[in-house]
Design a protein around this ligand. Structure first.
Ligand code: NAI
Ligand code: PHE
Length: 353
């Protein structure tokens, strides 16, 4: 691997640094962004997809690493913020892809514990097994057969589910989801699992996915209604749950027809001012890095800290308490819920735990 670009930074990014490499065999760009080690070693998923260019990929790694710092801090979990992005060309053969993952694993090993990783969009527990062949012992979210805790999507969905209950309690005075309408953008590992949990709880569930096969799989459950991906953000509902890539942006805010936004997507707001714009419309926003911490907490807890599944479940369910504190602090301080969540995370960072 040869060194790639040096130095370009996101305006205002206050992280530790980014290690960027080009994988000569496939042409893929690899960007490992280390944001903070205040609470523990920088730790975050490996996202694999094709980007428009190296600087876009590196920026995404930086923003996602920053979100991980706040995610671990809000959960008071002993890890720092980091994230890896593999900007891989489309259409790699399975063999070429595995080779890339193994070379990426060597980089993780070279970093010697300064970066710990797990799955994210575009990578699976099986991929973690492959990365682990060269990157062990710094790779988590492996398959159960590979000695890991398995996929993180179901745990993340549980955290989103208890967050939706918490938002409903605040808006409607009851945690019951019976008859509540929830529209989910993205029926992937988190969205599909969340849809099932919500249907089990008696909610009216709509899902939309830009991949027709993913939508069809989710819609095989007769309790789950598939709606077009275009316009899902404007569905009239109690809770809109962005569980895809991206999410709400300035142009979509005037069209939102929900009472709350509670989803798994990392960095679902295109710009910081979107939080205020959503609040100004009287819509409750549950901050992403509080809501979506379940997978990272459970998988890392079980694989690295020796937690039982029961302990992991209790830690994920505790997201409801953190979110309740976020809503209370936003009220008290007359600030947005996004600012309140940030404040709670910053307090944990300042206290070093
Ligand atoms: P996934 O890749 O399994 O599923 C995402 C789904 O969204 C795919 O089916 C894709 O076709 C669909 N999609 C993409 N763009 C769309 C659009 N514009 N409209 C409708 N559907 C669209 O990903 P996963 O694991 O379910 O993650 C979902 C989101 O949650 C991501 O943003 C991820 O970063 C975030 N997240 C996931 C965690 C996990 O444990 N899997 C943990 C924390 C956050
Ligand atoms: N993709 C996870 C997230 O964004 C990160 C993660 C998963 C980290 C599993 C470690 C283990 O929260």
């Amino acid at each position: 691997m040869a060194d790639l670009l040096a130095g370009e930074r996101v305006d205002g990014w206050d992280g530790l640094g980014v290690v960027s490499r080009v994988d000569a065999e496939t042409g893929a760009g690899i960007h490992v962004a280390l944001h903070s080690e205040r609470l523990g070693p920088p730790s975050g998923g490996t996202r694999m997809k094709s980007y428009a260019g190296a600087s876009e990929a590196r920026r995404d790694a930086q923003r996602l690493a920053e979100a991980m710092t706040y995610k671990w801090a809000a959960a008071r979990f002993p890890r720092g913020g980091g994230k890896a992005v593999i900007d891989a060309p489309d259409g790699l053969s399975a063999e070429a892809r595995d080779g890339l993952l193994r070379r990426y694993g060597s980089l993780v090993r070279e970093l010697g514990g300064r970066f710990l990783t797990g799955p994210d969009v575009g990578t699976s527990p099986r991929d973690m097994d492959v990365i682990s062949q060269t990157g062990s012992p710094w790779v988590f979210g492996r398959t159960e057969a590979g000695g890991g805790a398995g996929g993180s999507g179901g745990w993340t969905a549980l955290g989103v589910f208890v967050s939706i209950e918490t938002a409903c309690e605040r808006l409607f005075g009851s945690r019951s989801l019976r008859g509540r309408r929830v529209a989910i953008q993205g029926a992937g590992s988190v969205g599909a699992d969340l849809a099932r949990r919500l249907a089990d709880a008696g909610a009216e569930v709509e899902v939309a996915d830009s991949d027709a096969r993913a939508a069809e799989r989710a819609g095989a459950d007769p309790r789950i209604r598939v709606v077009p991906a275009d316009g899902v953000l404007a569905r009239p509902c109690d809770v809109l749950s962005p569980c895809a890539l991206g999410g709400v942006h300035a142009a979509s805010i005037p069209t939102l027809a929900c009472a709350a936004v509670v989803g798994a997507a990392n960095n679902p707001l295109a710009a910081a001012e979107n939080a205020g714009q959503i609040a100004a419309r009287g819509i409750l926003y549950a901050p992403d890095f509080v809501v979506n911490a379940g997978g990272a907490i459970a998988v890392t807890g079980m694989e690295a800290l020796g937690w039982s599944a029961e302990r992991a479940e209790a830690a994920v369910r505790a997201i409801a308490e953190t979110l309740t504190r976020v809503f209370a602090l936003a009220d008290e301080g007359r600030i947005t819920t996004a600012a309140a969540a940030r404040q709670i995370a910053e307090e944990a960072l300042a206290a070093g735990r």
